[in-house]
Design a protein around this ligand. Structure first.
Ligand code: GLU
Length: 421
């Protein structure tokens, strides 16, 4: 994981991008960076290893600003967490930030090196900047150059791209990694999640896998993987920046531990009616008619799945497989057709869990997902999305999201028990 934020605006962006990065720091950080296009069209970068405050110091020492910029907090996968390997990466007049892994970067790098291009970093990401710059050198307009480059990429990516000489144009793209588009007043934004954009706007568009978008201060156009212009729904999100602040606690994990009486109660209330001693029925879950429940999850969520297995079997007589997403996707699971597949993921973005639930869907199973982030990728791809109402979990070690998963699963196990008599 890492965080991306970008602004195509009409007022200075550098300080706002850096404060946006601070809201994304929970997604991982070992280094960070920012690039802006100045009023004279120049593209300038500042990068620093360590925490965002190190980047802040670098910008204070060598100020840069403009009305358009991209920024990134990195969690390295390819190349050490050094200043050189920190994003944005630049080739010619193209700057790129990236969340994910470009799986075919070695082939692309060899191909570009054969054309005489030299690489400054050890990252997989740098090839993206070169591919786009190469297409511009072939005479393509920046957005067409970006589209041509994106088509060559395999792996997972969320990208934000800025161009020298263009302080009115951003390109964003996603496949596998999350990216949200925001619509403000005379400004547009890209962010890894809605919380990062919360101080700027609550009007967001979730890009679908394979989508890429051209952003200008006045608005944006989304294209699907085939390059066709598409409309994606504009959503008014309830994500708020305040929830991503620590208050009087020393750190987020402590704050989130103390939120549990509230978050567990809130989630339980959504699944059970305590006064009537009944579970709320959930549309789309045909517990009475299925022969098996297949739960896929990773990490902490998989512990919730293992506990829930006992509950569904005990209260509902429903056989349960609790599978680890990262194993499931690499074996050949023999699935009972008349089963419900349930994914559990706090973020709703866990790549292995997502691959597992999509495999269940491909095999014709009904699918549901228990997620904490409304409108997340997994939530949008299953038949039935079920919420855990824990609020944003910023701490890396799961606390309140885990107990809310258990609260929801307990409610569902009771609902299944009732439905099955
Ligand atoms: N793979 C890229 C890198 O190592 C991006 C990692 C991230 O998502 O932060 O630089």
């Amino acid at each position: 994981m890492c965080g991306i934020i970008a602004i195509a605006g009409d007022r200075p962006v550098a300080a706002r991008l850096i404060s946006g990065l601070k809201r994304l720091e929970y997604r991982g950080y070992d280094s960070s960076g920012v690039a802006v296009v100045g009023a004279d069209g120049s593209l300038s970068r500042r990068r620093a290893p360590g925490r965002i405050t190190a980047l802040e110091a670098a910008v204070a020492q060598g100020p840069i600003d403009g009305v358009l910029g991209i920024a990134h907090t990195r969690w390295a996968t390819h190349g050490a967490p050094t200043e050189t390997n920190a994003h944005p990466h630049q080739a010619g007049g193209v700057a790129v930030v990236h969340n994910g892994i470009i799986e075919n970067f070695a082939e692309l790098r060899a191909e570009l090196a054969a054309k005489g291009r030299t690489f400054a970093t050890e990252t997989d990401t740098e090839v993206v900047a070169h591919l786009i710059d190469d297409a511009i050198a072939d005479g393509l307009a920046p957005e067409d150059a970006a589209a041509r480059a994106i088509r060559r990429l395999t792996g997972a990516f969320a990208l934000a791209i800025a161009f020298q000489g263009r302080d009115d144009l951003l390109v964003g793209a996603r496949k596998g990694s999350p990216l949200v588009l925001g619509l403000g007043d005379g400004e547009t934004y890209l962010g890894s999640d809605a919380i990062a954009l919360a101080p700027f706007t609550n009007r967001v568009v979730y890009l679908e896998d394979g989508d890429w978008a051209v952003l200008r201060p006045s608005g944006f156009q989304v294209h699907d993987a085939d390059g066709r212009p598409v409309e994606r729904p504009l959503i008014v999100t309830s994500a708020s920046a305040a929830v991503a602040e620590k208050g009087n606690y020393r750190h987020f994990m402590e704050k989130e531990i103390h939120e549990q009486p509230e978050t567990v109660a809130h989630t339980l209330a959504a699944y059970v009616d305590a006064s009537a001693l009944a579970a709320h029925p959930r549309d789309g879950l045909r517990f009475a008619d299925i022969d098996r429940l297949v739960i896929v999850a990773c990490g902490t969520a998989s512990y919730a799945a293992q506990i829930a297995k006992y509950w569904f079997e005990r209260f509902a007589g429903l056989p349960v497989d609790a599978d680890i997403g990262s194993e499931f996707r690499y074996r050949a699971p023999a699935l009972v057709k008349n089963a419900l597949a349930l994914a559990i993921s706090q973020s709703g973005e866990t790549a292995d869990t997502r691959a597992a639930i999509l495999e269940c869907k491909r095999q014709g199973l009904a699918t549901a997902a228990l997620v904490n982030v409304e409108h997340s990728t997994i939530a949008r791809e299953v038949d039935t999305a079920l919420p855990t109402l824990a609020g944003p979990e910023i701490g890396v070690a799961s606390t309140k999201a885990f107990t809310s998963q258990l609260a929801a699963l307990a409610g569902l196990a009771v609902a299944a028990g009732r439905a099955r008599g």
